[in-house]
Design a protein around this ligand. Sequence first.
Ligand SMILES: Nc1ncnc2c1ncn2[C@@H]1O[C@H](COP(=O)(O)OP(=O)(O)O)[C@@H](O)[C@H]1O
Ligand SMILES: [Mg+2]
Length: 310
Amino acid sequence: MLEVENLSKVYKSKKAVDGVNLYLDSGESIGLLGPNGAGKSTTISMMSTLIRPSDGDVRFKGKSILKQPDLVRPILGVVPQEIALYEELTAYENMKFFGRVYGLSGKKLDNKVEEVLELVGLKERKKEKIKGYSGGMKRRINIAVALMHQPELLIMDEPTVGIDPQSRNYILEMVRQLNQEKGMTVLYTSHYMEEVERLCDRIYIMDHGKVIASGTKDELKSILSGEETVLVEVQHKTNALANQIASLPSIQKVTEVEKGFKVIAPKGENIFTDVFRATEEAGVKLMGLHVQTPTLEDVFLHLTGRKLRD
Ligand SMILES: Nc1ncnc2c1ncn2[C@@H]1O[C@H](COP(=O)(O)OP(=O)(O)O)[C@@H](O)[C@H]1O
Ligand SMILES: [Mg+2]
C-alpha cells in the first residue's frame, strides 16, 4: 500500500530522519517504536505529505506521493501528537467542522458524527466544550476527527501520552477494533513498547533518525535468542552493588528497575553464583533471581545500550 524509500530530513546540520525504509501492506497494523527525538513524527509527517523530505520518496500503490500528494490525502487519517481541536467548541461542533472540511454534509455528516462519537465512547458528552474535557477525552476526540472521512490508512502519533490508564486502554482497544474488525490499515507511533507489542503485526524500531531493527515481535525478540534477561531482586538498591554487578565478566548490561536490577547475560553463563557473591560483598540482601522472557525494551537496550524511556 505504502512504501517509504531512503527517506531523509535534514534541519540545518541536524539529520532528523536518516535514510528510512519501510512499507505497509493493506490491512496491516505497523508500529513505529522509538525514544523521544528518534525521528518518528518527522517520518510520518513526510509520509502524510505535511512536510517535504530532503531526500528519498514515498510511494502509494506504486506512485510517488511527493509528485502527486492528492493520491494519498483523501485516504489518510492523521492523528497528530499535539491536540488539534477548537477548545471553545463542543466535541460535536468540532466533529461537524472537521467533517465539513472533508466534504461531508447533510444527513451523511450527521450520521457520521454519531457513528464516530459512539466509537470513541463520548456520545453522552458531545455537548460539552473541549476545554472542559480531560486529557484522555481530548485525545479520543482528536482521533475521532481523523476518522470522519473513513480513512483507509490511519496514522497515529503517540496517541496515549499523558493520559489516564482507562482512556489509554480505551484507545488501544479502539485501534485494535478499527484494524482487526474494520480492516483499516494502521501506522501506530509510540515510545511505549507494550502498546506496539499489543497492537502491531510488524514493528520498526527507530533511533537517531534510523530504523535499527524491524520485524514481527517474535523476530525482534529472536535478536536476543543468545541472551538471557535476569531480574535481580534486592531489599535495597545501592550504587556500589550496581557497579559491582556491571563489572562482572559474565554480564553484558545492567539497568535499574523498581525491585532491583535487570541484567542481560549470554545464555548458558552461570551468572547466579556471581550475582550471589556480588550482593553478599555489597552487604545487600538478595530477595530473588528470576529469568525473564525478553521484551522489546530489552531488544532496544541490546541494540543501543540505552532505555526507551528517559
Ligand atoms: N522543525 C524542526 N527543526 C529542527 N529540528 C527538528 C524539527 N523537527 C524535529 N527536529 C529534530 O529532529 C529530531 C527528531 O524529531 P521528531 O521527529 O519529533 O522525533 P520523535 O517524534 O521520534 O520524538 C529531534 O532531534 C528534533 O529535535
Ligand atoms: Mg514525536
